[in-house]
Design a protein around this ligand. Structure first.
Ligand SMILES: NC(=O)c1ccc[n+]([C@@H]2O[C@H](COP(=O)([O-])OP(=O)(O)OC[C@H]3O[C@@H](n4cnc5c(N)ncnc54)[C@H](O)[C@@H]3O)[C@@H](O)[C@H]2O)c1
Length: 374
């Protein structure tokens, strides 16, 4: 693979946040942008001085100069656009979730395998600084034996448009499934989920789903560890929170209850009041090329004229954006698999899809399909 990858960013809401990172990464050429609204497309193209602009995704895929697409379009488009890109010979980075059906996941895994092209689901939590801190503790053996994992993602999506009203919580579960599987690079073997509570009747019809909360147990493959993840989207009072907890024999770590507060690290065999300790995680910028290190703490850190673009919030999601870009590009230029690759992304995504199916069947244990496992 060449050392300079021509990137096209597709979908320029959330997607626009990645443009300045690609522009500074030593292995990327931020080549093209794509979205349907011409006014906003030109505003973005002008601000970032990107000449190649597409309103039609299918036209973009015909451009032979494009090596890889980074898809940030609405959820129902992710799988269709990923499949088209792989068929057109492009590598794919795609925001979460990978797809909305098990069969779409299967098609993407199969295409990546047949073509040898790279697919990576751009799950932010597994590159957030808090997660990287916990992963470092795990890899150094400081947690001892990992006994249990737990994660949540709660958000009030009332009033969000299009496909959001009534969405079954586990259909967008990668932010809580990703970290529990990602810490030890585990695979989910089976899931069982209970729905809990009831959302307003007018929200049921969209997906025929009444649950306020979906609470899932995940059995891991080839280990004695299991995990619990839960999600809510409507009619449940909670500040936006992504959380991850790991319980080890020597140390346990919990994300804070309120956003912005420090992690809590518990150390075994200390006097009871000394067991918990509050700790801010480092930013892990040293893992990145120096050109993009500032993006772990600042969004458009030297934006100059671009500062008026208020939608560029920057440095959100635990400073994960530059790590995601670096993981994708490093995998491409060194010809290795990214984390999560197509199969791992399918395993993470299918946990959510099958958990909702389990909830509809009163908690029935449902195995993950073989194509998501090694
Ligand atoms: N933490 C995270 O991982 C995270 C955070 C925010 C958003 N997201 C994901 O990013 C995606 C986009 O979210 P958003 O808030 O920016 O949505 P949005 O609706 O604001 O933006 C969607 C963009 O996609 C473009 N688009 C839609 N259909 C298209 C098509 N067929 N071809 C080309 N462009 C098309 C639109 O023009 C727009 O620029 C969603 O899937 C969302 O789940 C992930």
């Amino acid at each position: 693979m060449k050392s300079q990858i021509n990137i096209a960013v597709v979908g320029l809401g959330f997607g626009a946040e990645f443009i300045p990172i690609y522009q500074r990464h030593p292995h990327a050429n931020m080549y093209a942008v794509c979205q349907r609204n011409e006014k906003k497309l030109n505003e973005l193209g002008d601000a970032f001085k990107i000449e190649k602009r597409y309103r039609d995704y299918d036209e973009l895929l015909k451009d032979p100069a494009i090596d890889a697409v980074h898809i940030n379009t609405p959820i129902p488009d992710h799988a269709v656009q990923s499949i088209k890109a792989l068929k057109a010979g492009k590598h794919v980075a795609c925001t979460v979730p990978m797809a909305t059906t098990v069969d779409e996941c299967r098609q993407i895994v199969q295409l990546a395998s047949e073509t040898g092209l790279t697919y990576m689901m751009m799950e932010t939590v597994v590159y957030a600084r808090e997660f990287l801190f916990m992963k470092e503790l795990y890899e150094k053996g400081e947690l001892g034996k990992v006994q249990f994992l737990k994660a949540s993602h709660q958000q009030d999506m009332d009033g969000w448009p299009n496909y959001w009203p009534g969405l079954p919580p586990m259909y967008y579960a990668t932010h809580c499934v990703g970290p529990v599987l990602g810490l030890m690079r585990s695979e989910a073997e089976s899931v069982s989920c209970f729905g809990s509570g009831t959302i307003r009747p007018e929200l049921h019809a969209y997906y025929n789903s009444p649950f306020a909360v979906e609470s899932t147990h995940i059995k891991f493959r080839n280990t004695d560890v299991s995990a619990h993840v839960y999600r809510s989207l409507f009619d449940t009072a909670r500040q936006y929170r992504e959380s991850f907890e790991v319980y080890g024999s020597k140390k346990s770590v919990e994300w804070p209850l309120i956003e912005g507060r420090p992690l809590v690290v518990h150390t075994a065999k200390k006097p009871e009041p000394e067991i918990p300790e509050e700790k801010h995680s480092p930013d892990y910028a040293h893992l990145l090329p120096k050109e993009i290190q500032p993006f772990t703490t600042h969004g458009v850190y030297d934006a100059g004229d671009n500062r008026h673009l208020s939608f560029l919030q920057g440095a959100g999601h635990g400073g994960s954006h530059p790590h995601l870009v670096h993981e994708f590009l490093s995998a491409l230029v060194t010809n290795r698999e990214p984390y999560p690759n197509a199969r791992q992304s399918a395993n993470i995504t299918c946990v959510g899809i099958l958990a909702h199916e389990s909830a509809l069947k009163g908690g029935e244990v449902i195995p993950l399909p073989a194509f998501t496992l090694v």
